[in-house]
Every structure is written in structure tokens, then in C-alpha cells.
Design a protein around this ligand. Structure first.
Ligand code: GCU
Length: 127
């Protein structure tokens, strides 16, 4: 079983606002990132052993255009992710990514690469 890290729970950082106006999210809300290049949602995740982890990012993108982001793990960009349209802001989807994690604490940051900003980010499941 994996561990769920909610984007609205400290020590997570949401450069934007924690909102709860689009149903279907987990926990108490989601991160609505600022609409700007570089705005991020950061989760601090723990790994019991170093190695490749699967990251399930739950998001919603109610626009018609993708919301691309860099996946930055412990300060290094490891992938570019295209968060496609999910149709509406209440339609949540999970994007499965992989990344190498260190034993113990790791920062996982999704950083907007366009002026439109990130999709709304609900949580990351790590296993
Ligand atoms: C709308 C929507 C927000 C979303 C924003 C966006 O304002 O209600 O939840 O974050 O669009 O385009 O990012």
C-alpha cells in the first residue's frame, strides 16, 4: 500500500490558493496554483528505501488546453508532464509518474511551465 500526500496539508506548499469549490477532491481541498510560469505545488514525501517510486498525481484541468509542468524531485527536474484537459474542473484524473527517491524525506514539486499555471492538484499517492 502507498501513502497519500494531500496538496493542502502542511508541509506541502501551494503557490496559489487552497480551494474547495470543485467537488470530487480528496481531503479538505486542492491546490489552485497561481497562473504563472514557475508557480508550484510541492509535496514532501517519505520513502523507506531509496529507489524508483510511482507517483500518482491527481489533478483536474477544466480548460481545453494542457497545463504542462516540470516534475522536480529534490531540486532536480526529472520529467516534463502534460496535464491534459479533464473536461471540467470537477473531473479529476490521476497521472502516473515515476521518479527516483532517496531514503527518508524528499521534495516533489510540480512547476508550471506556462503562463496558464498548473492544473488543480489534489494529491500525490506514492508507492
Ligand atoms: C478557474 C477554476 C479554478 C482554476 C482556474 C485555472 O478559475 O475555478 O479552480 O484553478 O480556473 O484556470 O487555473
Amino acid at each position: 500500500a502507498g501513502q497519500r500526500y494531500e496538496a493542502e496539508n502542511s508541509p506541502a506548499v501551494c503557490q496559489g490558493t487552497i480551494d474547495s469549490n470543485h467537488a470530487g477532491y480528496s481531503g479538505s481541498g486542492f491546490c489552485n496554483g497561481t497562473s504563472a510560469v514557475g508557480a508550484y505545488s510541492e509535496l514532501t514525501v517519505t520513502a523507506v528505501a531509496a529507489g524508483t517510486a510511482t507517483l500518482g498525481v491527481r489533478f483536474a484541468n477544466g480548460t481545453g488546453a494542457a497545463r504542462p509542468a516540470s516534475l522536480v524531485v529534490n531540486g532536480s527536474t526529472v520529467a516534463t508532464v502534460s496535464f491534459e484537459s479533464t473536461g471540467t474542473w470537477t473531473a479529476w484524473s490521476t497521472k502516473t509518474l515515476t521518479a527516483a527517491l532517496n531514503t527518508g524525506s524528499n521534495t516533489v514539486r510540480l512547476v508550471s511551465t506556462t503562463a496558464a499555471g498548473l492544473p488543480n492538484v489534489d494529491f500525490i499517492d506514492v508507492r
